[in-house]
Design a protein. Sequence first.
Length: 232
Amino acid sequence: ERVTPTTHVDSFLVQRGLVRMSEDDQGPAVVADNAGVFVREVMYGTDRHAKMLAIVVDGLYARHKGQVLRKDRTWYTVMTYLAFFRLKELTFAEFERFVRTQPAHTARVYLSFLWGLIEKWLKDQLCLVYDHIYVDTVLLQALRDSKDEADELIQTLREEIDAERKKAVSDTASAVGENSASSANGSLSARQQQLSRRAASARRGRRIVAKPFKLSESRGRSRSNDHSRKNK
């Protein structure tokens, strides 16, 4: 059976439980709930506007080398579609829920790129694909209307990143301190053991000191008599 974009999406939605199967006069059909309909529309939208989305995402990777990962390209593509074509419908609060699915650093870099270049590079690039009036009055207007909310979210993400860094530094310092204390205790213990061995050795040395040699009285008289006879 030939797989089309529609059948592929329907298969995905069935696996995720976002649709249900129903029987009608024409046979089995996939009936999607609101979430399923939304996923379908996003898939079709990203395919329809693939050229424009690729320009924006390529620009992101060109401007932020080393800060964005290739594995996140699909996420950037979907978010760019939502920002330009579905933001008013979603509201920024719902858009933020999608943003929060990623680490703070990933989200901050992306939002700063998108909302920071509205009137500059971004506008020129979009005009390569769409009429400039459509770009100015439709595509970019949604971003302009939500700029204050985007700036507030960007600042919040910065603060979260700074907090994470400070915590990481604090945890590292604590770990180093614990290791240093452990090493100091180990050195002290080794020194104590060395002193104990020296003390034990000194005690053994005192026990084996030789006593002064003393002649017995009988042996002394014998030697004195021998000496007298020689003199005679």
